[in-house]
Design a protein around this ligand. Structure first.
Ligand SMILES: [Zn+2]
Length: 184
């Protein structure tokens, strides 16, 4: 097995929708799917609040105040925490530093491609996950994959963290975090 360079970080489902019926979101005119996987709905209402990292039914990584404060203390770059009007202790985490999937070594299943937005309606990546253009383990910090994974309106970039970040997050005993190794 090749070297572990980071961890894919996942939280738990929070049973709530980011794309509620009362809001307008950017969608493709042809397939009607969401065009922005970082879409933020300021009136988002969380259903399950027991996790430090959770995911909406559609899109959106939601973190607790404690998770946000940890990231601010560590001074991680490329992170944005967006506020919710009705959830003062939770934030939408948006990660901007991109790492690339190694598509030569990943088994990826693509669904149908929409000619309107030029996107697949599903992209499923099989484990193990490999990153390309990486010689050393990732530096302490948060990264996002260049590809969005999932189906329809649930397609989202994966969050990847460095080895030290993994160690620190484990030490904090955050609730609901799941880690999976990614390789170079
Ligand atoms: Zn489309």
């Amino acid at each position: 097995m090749s070297e572990v360079v980071g961890y894919y970080l996942q939280g738990q489902d929070n049973d709530a929708d980011m794309l509620t019926e009362d809001i307008v979101y950017p969608k493709c005119k042809q397939c009607a799917r969401l065009l922005d996987s970082d879409f933020h709905n300021p009136s988002f209402k969380l259903k399950r609040k027991s996790f430090d990292l959770s995911h909406a039914n559609d899109v959106g990584n939601v973190v607790s105040l404690r998770f946000k404060e940890f990231c601010l203390r560590r001074n991680y770059r490329g992170l944005v925490f967006k506020d919710f009007e009705r959830e003062k202790d939770f934030f939408q985490l948006i990660v901007s530093t991109v790492v690339r999937f190694d598509l030569n070594r990943a088994e990826v299943e693509y669904g149908q491609k929409c000619s309107g937005c030029n996107r697949f309606d599903s992209v499923i990546a099989m484990k193990p996950l490999h990153l390309s253009c990486i010689d050393e383990p990732l530096e302490d910090g948060f990264y996002r994959t260049d590809m969005v994974i999932g189906r329809n309106n649930t397609m989202t970039a994966l969050i990847i963290v460095g080895l030290e970040t993994y160690r620190l997050l484990k030490r904090e005993r955050f609730r609901g975090l799941v880690f999976m190794p990614v390789y170079k």
